[in-house]
Design a binder for this molecule. Structure first.
Ligand SMILES: Nc1ncnc2c1ncn2[C@@H]1O[C@H](COP(=O)(O)OP(=O)(O)OP(=O)(O)O)[C@@H](O)[C@H]1O
Length: 233
């Protein structure tokens, strides 16, 4: 029997003040696959991710995670959410933040906070308070948190924002390694400047709430950093 998709949405729709923001949407993401959600500013990408993460309630439709109706338990176990605003404690240092978040959400075996900091290019910043980091460094720290998460389904809202070219390549290597290890990722972006390099399908949102979902494949592969090779535990 085939494994169920990691994430499946049927007829998913969200409105504000009776104005549709998106949907109805039908899509699914299998293990080993990335879904790129593209759309202009205000087209509903963040709203969709917040609905999938359980932070907003959909007006219509269903979300299933690993074949079960998505409830708190399923989301806690399966979903790691990288939001626009990094969920970091400004007055804790980078390492303390990662230890705190691992305490809350768990941690992949064989991955340690110090190692994750090195992977995202923040070696040497272990004692730096988060409020002293640049926007790109905060984004890198938030990515380290995602890397440490044991959840197989990554919901990444604009993961390339604030990152330099090296940071964009880092995101792509992380996504590639995560997919190779059986994970999946849903990635939003409003531009074509960066996209996950592997097994990518496209879901396009329009500001009017109208959607189109061409099933394009992009099988280009990215170079792998030794730190990311081997993927998740
Ligand atoms: N808290 C809110 N209250 C009311 N309206 C909101 C709220 N958040 C977003 N919106 C509206 O919902 C629509 C979709 O916003 P959303 O943030 O999902 O878009 P987006 O595609 O992620 O945009 P961007 O590319 O600019 O990040 C927009 O019209 C926005 O103004």
């Amino acid at each position: 029997m085939n494994a169920p998709p990691l994430l499946a949405a049927q007829g998913l729709a969200f409105s504000r003040n009776d104005e549709p923001v998106f949907g109805p949407l039908d899509f699914h993401i299998d293990a080993g696959e990335a879904l790129l959600v593209q759309g202009d500013n205000g087209s509903g990408k963040t709203t969709l991710l917040r609905v999938l993460a359980g932070l907003l309630r959909a007006d219509a439709g269903q979300v299933q995670i690993d074949g079960r109706a998505a409830g708190h338990k399923e989301r806690a176990r399966f979903v790691a959410y990288l939001s626009h605003l990094p969920a970091l404690k400004a007055d804790l240092d980078t390492l303390e933040n990662l230890h705190f978040l691992c305490g809350l959400h768990g941690r992949r075996t064989r991955q340690m906070p110090g190692n994750a900091l090195a992977i995202v290019g923040l070696a040497g910043y272990e004692d730096t308070l988060v409020r002293q980091l640049s926007a790109g460094q905060k984004r890198r720290l938030a990515l380290a948190r995602i890397w440490l998460s044991p959840a197989p389904l990554w919901l990444l809202d604009e993961p390339y924002a604030n990152l330099d070219l090296d940071g964009i390549n880092l995101v792509n290597r992380m996504i590639s390694a995560h997919l190779r290890s059986g994970g999946a990722a849903l990635v939003t972006t409003h531009g074509a400047y960066a996209a996950p390099p592997v097994q990518t399908r496209l879901l396009r949102l329009s500001p009017a709430g109208e959607i189109s979902a061409p099933a394009g494949q992009n099988s280009a592969t990215a170079g792998q950093s030794p730190a990311l090779r081997g993927g998740a535990a």
